[in-house]
Design a protein around this ligand. Structure first.
Ligand code: AMP
Length: 167
């Protein structure tokens, strides 16, 4: 369990964790795979979110999945993308979080994922929480915690209490 003080200090930066959907490069599941390749090469991210036509979050598409689709037995050929769509190659079953996420869930998921899609109750895509933004808050916490607080290990506190009782 994350203690209440660390919880409070980290959650002070909660509003900075999310990058709004409007600022996110994404593709639609019905887009040709060649379009996703173009977007990924332009934005230079290795993975981006995929949405459907009602703006539901449906998966992630990355360069690795697209390159896989370009392979044939002997070589890589971009012609192999012809007739293929994002939904044929995207990763599904991606963990998502709501706006009112639990800090524990956020930190656990970010261990294995560099970003987490944020969705509403109907799974509409709202944005992403990135490891980078959360690490900035952890960095701030690591620098500030002992500047503004006195941290005493519990065993030392017990010793101090015992000494106070004796005197
Ligand atoms: P960062 O922590 O900023 O490096 O972002 C981590 C990952 O989140 C990136 O590698 C991308 O896969 C994704 N990401 C971050 N910002 C964007 C964006 N504006 N559009 C699409 N994906 C993004």
């Amino acid at each position: 369990m994350i203690g209440p003080h660390v919880q409070r200090l980290l959650m002070e930066s909660k509003d900075e964790f999310m990058i709004d959907g409007e600022k996110i490069a994404s593709v639609m599941d019905t887009n040709p795979l060649s379009h996703a390749l173009l977007v990924l090469s332009k934005v230079r991210y290795s993975k981006i979110p995929v949405v459907d036509k009602e703006d539901h979050f449906v998966g992630l598409i990355g360069l690795a999945e697209i390159v896989d689709e370009m392979f044939d037995l002997t070589r890589i050929d971009s012609e192999n993308l012809n007739g293929k769509f994002v939904k044929d190659a995207m990763e599904t079953g991606i963990p998502t979080l709501p706006l009112d996420f639990k800090l524990e869930d956020l930190l656990h998921i970010l261990v294995d994922h560099s970003f987490i899609p944020v969705v509403d109750e109907e799974n509409h895509f709202l944005g992403i929480y990135t490891r980078r933004e959360v690490l900035k808050a952890v960095n701030r916490l690591a620098h500030q915690l002992e500047v503004h607080n006195v941290i005493v290990p519990k065993e030392e506190l017990t010793e101090i209490e015992e000494k106070l009782k004796i005197s």
